[in-house]
Design a binder for this molecule. Structure first.
Ligand code: BG6
Length: 492
């Protein structure tokens, strides 16, 4: 009975992220019996709402979204029990008084136990610091830990990010801040280190000696759809590349960490980021989607979004070539591509290996030797898989070669649903596991790589290359890859 209590307050409880991701993830954790015994969940936002209304809102989302990842038994019963532990507090984000009221409510739930408190800030950056200030001054735990999960955007560039970090540190220590990048919570991203460090056949090949290029690809088959207001101020480079793709790159390319401890891993990741050259304009292609009519349906242009200025030059697509100047990766292009309103939805890592020197079978491949090299594909989503393209002989008397996949297809191999990234990350934050959260030096290094380029794009008002909604993106991305003798693997 002396077990500490944990309260999780979702600040910005009526927002989309809270509704669609955070609350469902909390329920999934409860369903899996992963939440501590004495827990309470609070939604905090400005709108007036009762506990019952919050519960109804959560229940509606549960009906719509949760079945996607929970198919278990007694789901409805569990939901009912879960909702009894969820409450709502209406307050301003900059009111110490309102947070003090929350504090009083939390104390009642805690009933004199050691109180651990987690705040999840799911609110826009302009009110962020005020909320941190008020939460830490008026509602932090008196005898347990207080932790704060913060969502991007962590600034728009090096300067604004540094200012944000400085302001945060007026109220919190670094070890209380959990900067979330939900891509790090994805199953196949977590598996990256297992694949590499626990299989003899990969790690020895993980370098410039055997790898020709690495591709990090993110595409969505829908546009900004209602998020244009936020998006237009950031663009795809800040929204996806500088964080999600770069984080994957750092994990992919890091040296073997001393251990699996958070600090050891983050030490190695930050070294990768610091060994990279800041991006140059010529290493980057930017695009923006335009309207397109297909099968009688007209898909909107980015600038048709009511919340986006008509003359916006904000990129909804970008492709870039990055380089790591260290002994392992010298000269190996890391190509990134990220875009909205493209023909497919996917996130994947593609590793293209070098040619087999003096390959006895070269003549069987014809003139296109590139297609004969091995490629390792880690499909982060959808339909998670890891497959290795190999060459083999087509059975029969002749000697004709074929390409096949050695395939670990998750849905075929495992019947259990893969947990949502937010589940893993929330659980880690409750348990104080920092491995998958971004340390401030990593964040600085990430901004240092992209800030000069972002400024140049904006100052020179670089016109994006327009691509039709639902297409494969601007042709410029092919030319960029071709410059490094690379072909995008997803288009083969
Ligand atoms: C978010 C971006 O971080 O990630 C969105 O702001 C994007 O623009 C989303 O749609 C993609 O996440 P997921 O998990 O759906 O691939």
């Amino acid at each position: 009975e002396n077990e500490p209590s944990v309260s999780i307050t979702v600040v910005g409880a009526s927002g989309d992220l809270a509704k669609k991701k955070i609350f469902p993830a909390l329920f999934a954790l409860y369903y899996e019996d992963c939440l501590p015994k004495h827990f309470t969940i609070y939604g905090y936002a400005r709108s007036k709402m009762t506990d019952a209304e919050l519960r109804t809102m959560m229940f509606v989302v549960y009906l719509d979204e949760v079945p996607m990842f929970i198919h278990g038994e007694n789901c409805d019963e569990k939901m009912e029990q879960f909702l009894k532990r969820c409450f709502y507090h209406s307050g301003q984000y900059d009111s110490e008084e309102n947070f003090a009221e929350l504090d009083r409510k939390l104390k009642k739930h805690e009933g004199g136990r050691v109180s651990n408190r987690l705040f999840y800030l799911s609110i826009p950056p302009n009110i962020f610091i005020d909320a941190v200030k008020c939460a830490s001054l008026s509602a932090s735990s008196g005898n347990g830990w207080t932790r704060v999960i913060v969502e991007k955007p962590f600034g728009r560039d090096s300067e604004s990010s540094a200012a944000l970090t400085k302001a945060l540190k007026n109220y919190l220590d670094e070890d209380q801040i959990f900067r979330i990048d939900h891509y790090l919570g994805k199953e196949l991203v977590e598996n990256l280190s297992v694949l590499r460090f626990s299989n003899l056949i990969f790690e020895p090949l993980w370098s410039r000696q055997y790898i020709r290029n690495v591709q990090l690809i993110f595409s969505e088959d829908f546009g900004t759809e209602g998020r244009g207001g936020y998006f237009d101020n950031y663009g795809i480079i800040r929204d996806i590349m500088q964080n999600h793709l770069l984080q994957i790159l750092a994990l992919f390319a890091m040296e073997t960490p001393v251990s699996l401890d958070a600090e050891d891993i983050r030490n190695e990741k930050v070294k990768v980021l610091r060994s990279m050259r800041p991006l140059q304009l010529e290493d980057m292609v930017v695009g923006q989607y335009k309207s397109h009519t297909k099968g009688g349906v007209t898909y909107p242009a980015y600038t048709d979004d009511k919340t986006v200025p008509k003359d916006s030059l904000t990129p909804t697509f970008a492709a870039a070539a990055l380089f790591i100047d260290n002994a392992r990766w010298d000269g190996v292009p890391f190509l990134m591509k990220a875009g909205k309103a493209l023909h497919s939805k996917r996130a994947e890592i593609r590793v293209q290996f070098r040619h087999v020197p003096g390959n006895l079978y070269n003549r069987n491949f014809g003139t296109d030797l590139d297609r004969a090299t091995n490629e390792l594909v880690i499909r982060v989503q959808p339909d998670e898989a890891i497959y290795l393209k190999i060459n083999n002989k087509i059975p029969g008397l002749g000697m004709r070669l074929d390409r096949s996949n050695l395939n670990l297809h998750y849905a075929a191999r495992y019947s259990k649903e893969i947990p949502d990234a937010y589940e893993r990350l929330l659980l880690d934050a409750i348990e104080g596991e920092r491995r998958l959260f971004i340390r401030s030096d990593e964040l600085n290094a990430a901004w240092a790589l992209f800030t000069p380029l972002l400024k140049e794009l904006e100052e020179k008002k670089i016109i994006p290359e327009y691509y039709p909604y639902g297409s494969r993106g601007p042709v410029g991305a092919h030319y960029l890859a071709a410059r490094y003798k690379v072909r995008w693997g997803d288009l083969n």
